[in-house]
Design a protein around this ligand. Structure first.
Ligand code: GLU
Length: 561
């Protein structure tokens, strides 16, 4: 294969949707890795010729941010902060909307050579033609009827401003797509239709812009999803007509969700719909989402709720939304190096039973010949297990630093509750050391520490825990709690070590297990029987707050402190 070309150029060409979908992230990662392994260039191009879409700064920034988070850097393209382009080889601009003259020039070239033509059918006429094909149970293919209009007349009508598109005159010959994953893909003569290359609004279609850009930007390898395979014969035909080179292609297998369907943002909608069905929710919980929107959505299972209402509803119903975009994984507290590692395995493997690797390994070993042909299943459990392992391998210090940064963005209340909002402190480091062995993600750790940010009066005692841990055997647990509280009050050094000692000596003196003290303490402090190790938990919570929570618990359950 031609992976050995000396000036390999690969590209990632997202449409500015604001989000980097996990599939897009994989495409970017593979293109990046291929360019790195071949010592070439990886470039970023923004495909913003669809005027109906939002093409604002935010929608590009979201994508750049996702790439940067994963550790994917690009040699050419918009700068990560959009302040300037990265352009060592001067193939700028990188926004298709700024390249319209370049497309017009090539388009005129095709029109003059009679390899493309203006067509004047209105959208209604085209719809009627499509409907007719449907009735006759045949695939719709534009029949070239505009060519019945004399050539000069077509040019004159277009020049006079009549609304028209430009169609490519598809060659009646076999087309071969060179693909490193699927082998050569042959398309029989007559299969292609005269597809549109310039829309009525004057913008090039995706097919035309992509072909012109790949040539002008020197792209040698195109790695992209299999959903584009049906487009590629059109691109190859256009390349030939324009006298361009055909890059090597590698079409990636689809990423499927655990249920076997296409992994898409619809999965989020489905998760919330399921929760509504299971809980018989027929109107939105107060303040969660617009009632009219909700009603329309719940009645029509093909309808999708907008992102904001969906998130609000998910929070109100306590539904965990499946992660789909890179940003979702970041917010869920996965480590970027783990996400990058995991998505590299979606359709690719380095062989030799190797599963865990870093970006440097990928840059050295990535090869399109090891890409699979069939769907790659996204296994959330496996990703969580990878993340768990990676967290376990971090030093306490590094975990604390990284978790702190995550909390600063996603859980500032937790930091504020232990005075770590402005800067990392010893209390946070203590909490981090106790949390690290028991969390799969940063969010997991934050959930396990949520009791810290409760105010004392808001602690809700779990009924079962109270019955079992405090009330059983005539309030044995409550008695232990009261007795131990007195010892805690006179404890002068408030460190995990000192608290550990105190629990140990109390247990020995009273001939009980440490759990008999730790569990009542947990219920008093968190309302439940779950918390990090009790010594660290009390140490992080602080002396005054610990004693206040114990006192409240004792009085709430009928025992004076
Ligand atoms: N802009 C296209 C997309 O977002 C990518 C086109 C390509 O890779 O050729 O799917």
């Amino acid at each position: 294969m031609s992976d050995s070309s000396s000036i390999a150029v690969t590209r990632f060409a997202p449409s500015p949707t604001g989000h980097l979908h996990i599939g897009g992230a994989r495409t970017a990662l593979f293109n990046w890795a291929l360019a790195r392994r071949l010592g070439g260039h990886f470039l970023l191009r923004i495909e913003d010729t669809d005027q109906l879409r939002d093409t604002g700064r935010e929608s590009v920034l979201g994508i750049l941010k996702g790439l940067s988070w994963l550790g994917i850097d690009w040699d050419e393209g918009p700068a990560p902060d959009l302040e300037a382009d990265r352009d060592p080889r001067s193939v700028a601009p990188f926004y298709q909307s700024q390249r319209l003259d370049l497309y017009t020039e090539r388009l005129n070239q095709l029109l003059e050579a009679d390899l493309a033509y203006h067509a004047f059918e209105t959208p209604e006429e085209l719809t009627a033609m499509r409907d007719e094909a449907k009735r006759e149970k045949r695939a719709f293919k534009y029949d070239g009827r505009a060519l019945n209009i004399p050539r000069q007349e077509r040019f004159d009508r277009a020049a006079s401003g009549e609304s028209c598109v430009v169609r490519f005159r598809a060659p009646n010959e076999e087309i071969v797509v060179p693909d490193n994953v699927l082998g050569d893909v042959h398309i029989a003569p007559g299969e292609l239709d005269d597809f549109v290359i310039r829309k009525a609004d004057g913008f090039p279609t995706y097919h035309f812009a992509v072909v012109v850009d790949d040539e002008l930007m020197g792209v040698t390898h195109v790695v992209r999803g299999q959903e584009h395979l049906a487009n590629t014969p059109r691109h190859v035909a256009l390349q030939k007509a324009l006298g361009f080179r055909t890059p090597r292609y590698a079409h990636l297998p689809l990423i499927v969700n655990p249920g076997g369907g296409k992994m898409s943002k619809r999965d989020k909608d489905k998760a919330v719909r399921k929760a509504c069905r299971e809980n018989n929710i027929t109107e939105p919980p107060a303040g969660s989402c617009d009632p009219a929107e909700f009603t329309a959505w719940i009645k029509d299972k093909n309808r999708q709720l907008n992102q904001r209402d969906l998130s609000a509803l998910a929070v109100a119903l306590n539904v965990e939304l499946p992660e789909i975009d890179v940003e979702d994984f970041r917010a869920a507290g996965y480590l970027p190096e783990v996400v990058a590692n995991y998505i590299a395995l979606l359709g690719w493997s380095p062989g030799d039973d190797i599963e865990k690797f870093d970006m440097a390994f990928l840059a050295e070993r990535f090869d399109t010949s090891r890409i699979g042909k069939t769907g790659a299943r996204f296994d959330y459990k496996k990703l969580a297990a990878f993340n768990n392992d990676a967290i376990a391998e971090l030093s306490d210090e590094s975990f604390a630093d990284r978790w702190w940064s995550w909390c600063a963005e996603f859980d500032p209340e937790l930091l504020a509750s232990i005075d770590a909002g402005a800067a990392i402190n010893d209390r946070f480091r203590m909490l981090a050391a106790a949390t690290k062995p028991r969390c799969k993600t940063f969010r997991d750790g934050a959930i396990g520490s949520a009791f810290l940010s409760l105010s004392t009066k808001d602690i809700a005692y779990d009924e079962k825990a109270v019955a079992k841990v405090l009330m059983k055997n005539d309030g044995e647990g409550l008695d232990t709690l009261r007795a131990f509280a007195t010892e805690l009050e006179s404890c002068s050094t408030w460190t995990p070590e000192a608290i550990h000692e105190l629990v140990g000596s109390f247990a020995t003196r009273n001939e009980i297990g440490m759990g008999k003290i730790a569990q009542p303490l947990r219920v008093a402090i968190t309302g439940s029987t779950v918390s990090p190790p009790i010594d660290a938990t009390l140490a992080v919570l602080g002396r005054d707050e610990t004693l206040a929570r114990i006192s409240r618990c004792l009085s709430a359950h009928g025992a004076a402190a």
